[in-house]
Design a protein around this ligand. Structure first.
Ligand code: SAM
Length: 273
């Protein structure tokens, strides 16, 4: 007889229970019958089932080998479903897109394992810029961060990069009782809807991304010092960039708006060229 499945804390296995919340998640994610959906961490398939009834194709990536036969058993006969046994952080997601979703708009939907929330969001923004939306259940506190602005607690590179390219919405607050086992933190289902154009003109996106990352790298340092180390500039060059972008030499990253970062990125591009 098959052993009953034991949930593993190390993989963040808090499974969704109750059909109502699952239906609300899929309805709020913007997925339609034309979409290819990348699901991260299908678990025992609570969300997968609903995704398969809403989307054209679903590809799910699951790290836990014990769940693979359970998922194959549930959905293996559906030709629109592909299961990949692997770690999403080590998966070549753009190759996966080319192989499974050619010609389709692509959405990501996941009840994320919370231990890798930031890494997954960073990876998706970097490696899947073509995704139409990224809809994820995450800790409520991380949801607050994504919506934060200059001067708010938790404002950092994740908020700046999300708001640069996406319309960020909190679609649903989900109480711990909707999961088994219930997590110790509150959760929010967040939808990142890709904008037609980035919110601001930041010039060269590689330099903009590098600027945002290095600006928040050492929070205790001034932006000027972070620019010196992040871009190998001397202090005069860094100060001149800040002045040209109408920013004070004492400015700190957490005070800068998205527009400020874009303006500074353009000044940096002129300096390091
Ligand atoms: N989607 C299911 C649900 O809503 O009931 C399960 C969600 S549970 C919060 C997170 C799932 O992600 C688990 O199935 C876990 O094994 C899987 N997981 C954890 N780390 C992963 C990783 N690095 N790559 C892929 N899947 C992972």
């Amino acid at each position: 007889m098959q052993e009953p499945f034991r949930k593993k804390k190390k993989y963040g296995q808090n499974f969704l229970i109750g059909n109502t919340v699952v239906k609300r998640i899929v309805a709020g994610s913007g997925i339609d019958a034309d979409c290819g959906v990348l699901e991260i961490g299908p678990g025992a398939g609570a969300l997968t089932r609903e995704l398969l009834s809403a989307a054209k194709r679903v590809v799910s990536v699951e790290i836990d080998g014990e769940l693979i036969p359970i998922l194959e058993n549930c959905f293996g006969n559906d030709s629109r479903f592909t299961l990949i046994h692997g770690d999403i952080l080590k998966t070549d997601v753009s190759a996966l897109l080319r192989e499974h979703f050619a010609g389709m708009p692509v959405c990501v939907c996941a009840n994320l394992p919370y231990y890798i929330t930031t890494d997954v969001l960073t990876k998706l923004m970097r490696e899947l810029p073509q995704a139409k939306s990224i809809a994820v259940m995450i800790q409520k506190e991380v949801g607050d961060k994504l919506l934060s602005g200059p001067g708010d607690d938790g404002y950092g590179s994740l908020a700046v990069m999300c708001q640069y390219r996406y319309h960020v919405m909190r679609a649903l607050d989900v109480p711990a009782a909707c999961f088994n086992p219930p997590p110790k933190v509150d959760s929010s289902f967040m939808v990142l809807e890709k904008l037609e154009q980035p919110r601001v003109n930041a010039g060269d996106e590689e330099i903009f991304t590098r600027l945002v990352r290095s600006a928040f790298a050492m929070r205790r340092k001034t932006l000027l010092n972070n620019l010196v180390s992040g871009f190998s500039l001397n202090r005069e060059q860094a100060a001149a960039c800040l002045a040209a972008a109408n920013l004070s030499a004492q400015a700190r990253a957490e005070e800068l708006s998205l527009e400020d970062f874009a303006g500074l990125a353009i000044q940096l591009q002129n300096t390091i060229r």
